[in-house]
Design a protein around this ligand. Structure first.
Ligand SMILES: [Zn+2]
Length: 319
C-alpha cells in the first residue's frame, strides 16, 4: 500500500493559541492496481537510444497515456500502468516513422521495432512538428534573390520580414503578414487600433507598431522589426499592413483572423458621422486578459474545422 504523508499546519485559536502539527495519511488505492511494462527498442541499426515509447489506452475513464525515453541500450520501463487496461504501445522519434502499435498488458516484456523514416519529409510528418521545425535554420538571404529575371520568384521583402521574426523568437513557428484594405487603413490611422470592438480589445497592450521605411528589402530593417514586435504576437506595420505570429500555424491564423475583423470593424465604425463609443476604463484590459485565459482547446476546435474545410476545397497544401 502506497501512502502519501501530508503535513498540515494549523492554528488552535481557542484557549491557548498554539501551533499544532498534524500528520494526515491518505491512501491511494489506485496505486495497488498498477504494473510496469518493460522492453527494448531496436531498428535495422541496432538498439535505439533516446526514442519515445508511448503507451496509451482508452479502457479507463479518461484517455491515459505514458511516454518514456529509451536508455543507451534501447531499454525502457513504462511505470504505473493500471492493470485492468490493455495498451497500444509504439515508438516515435527523430528520423523515425511511428512504429505499428502492439497491444500489450502490464508486466509484459516487449521487443519493439523502430521504423526508420524513408526520408526527411516522412520523418517530419510524425515527429512532433514544433520540435522538428525548431531544428530548421532560416535559409540565407542569398537564397532569396527576389522576383526579377535573375530571381527565384520568392518575394525578397517577405524574406526580410518573416526571417527576422523566426530568428529572433524561438517561441514562434509561424509568421503571417497581410495587405488587406482594412488592415492597411488602420495602419494608416494615427491612433492605430482602437478598442471599439471585442475583437480589438483582445489586442489591448499586446500589439506592436512598426513605422514604415519603404519596401522591406534591406536587412537592416530586421533589427527594428524585431524591436517593435517585442514579445507580442501581433504588430501593425504602419502604412503597410498586419503581422501576426504564433507557436503554431493555428495560433498565427487565429490572431490574424481576429485582428483583421477588428480592423474591418474599426473602418466601418469610423466610416460614418456617428460619435464613437469607447468602453469604460479598464474594460479593454479586462477583456484582453479574459481572451488570454480562454482554454486553448476551443481554439484547436476552430482550427480543426477550418482545416476540414480546406481539405474539401483543395487538399494540395499537404503535398
Ligand atoms: Zn508587406
Amino acid at each position: 500500500m502506497r501512502k502519501l504523508k501530508f503535513i498540515g499546519l494549523g492554528v488552535v485559536a481557542a484557549g491557548c493559541s498554539a501551533w499544532l502539527l498534524a500528520t494526515i495519511e491518505l491512501r491511494v488505492d489506485a496505486a495497488d492496481n498498477t504494473g510496469v511494462m518493460t522492453g527494448v527498442v531496436t531498428s535495422a541499426k541496432g538498439p535505439e537510444a533516446g526514442v519515445w515509447v508511448i503507451g496509451e489506452t482508452d479502457d479507463l475513464q479518461t484517455k491515459f497515456r505514458k511516454i518514456v525515453v529509451t536508455n543507451d541500450q534501447g531499454k525502457f520501463l513504462l511505470p504505473e500502468l493500471p492493470k485492468t487496461a490493455s495498451y497500444k504501445v509504439w515508438v516515435r522519434g527523430y528520423g523515425l516513422a511511428d512504429s505499428k502499435p502492439v497491444i500489450a498488458k502490464p508486466d509484459q516484456d516487449l521487443k519493439l521495432a523502430a521504423l526508420l523514416a524513408k526520408d526527411a519529409r516522412e520523418a517530419a510528418q510524425v515527429y512532433p512538428a514544433n520540435s522538428w521545425a525548431s531544428l530548421l535554420e532560416p535559409p540565407k538571404p542569398s537564397e532569396f534573390p527576389g522576383t526579377g529575371p535573375t530571381g527565384n520568384g520568392i518575394n525578397r521583402a517577405g524574406y526580410v520580414i518573416h526571417s527576422a521574426v523566426h530568428r529572433a523568437r524561438s517561441d514562434i513557428e509561424c509568421v503571417m503578414h497581410t495587405h488587406t484594405a482594412a488592415g492597411i487603413a488602420v495602419s494608416a490611422q494615427e491612433d492605430g487600433l482602437l478598442p471599439l470592438s471585442q475583437h480589438a480589445m483582445r489586442f489591448t497592450n499586446s500589439i506592436g507598431y512598426h513605422d514604415y521605411e519603404g519596401l522591406a528589402l534591406e536587412l537592416e530593417e530586421q533589427v527594428r522589426l524585431v524591436r517593435d514586435l517585442g514579445q507580442h504576437k501581433a504588430m501593425i506595420l504602419r502604412n503597410h499592413g498586419l503581422l501576426t505570429c504564433g507557436a503554431s500555424i493555428a495560433e498565427a491564423f487565429d490572431l490574424m483572423y481576429y485582428l483583421e475583423r477588428a480592423c474591418q470593424t474599426q473602418v466601418s465604425a469610423m466610416g460614418g458621422d456617428a460619435k464613437l463609443r469607447m468602453p469604460a476604463a479598464g474594460v479593454a484590459e479586462k477583456t484582453a486578459l479574459q481572451f488570454k485565459n480562454l482554454p486553448y482547446k476551443a481554439k484547436k476546435t476552430e482550427w480543426k474545422a477550418l482545416t476540414r474545410m480546406l481539405d474539401k476545397t483543395d487538399a494540395s497544401y499537404k503535398t
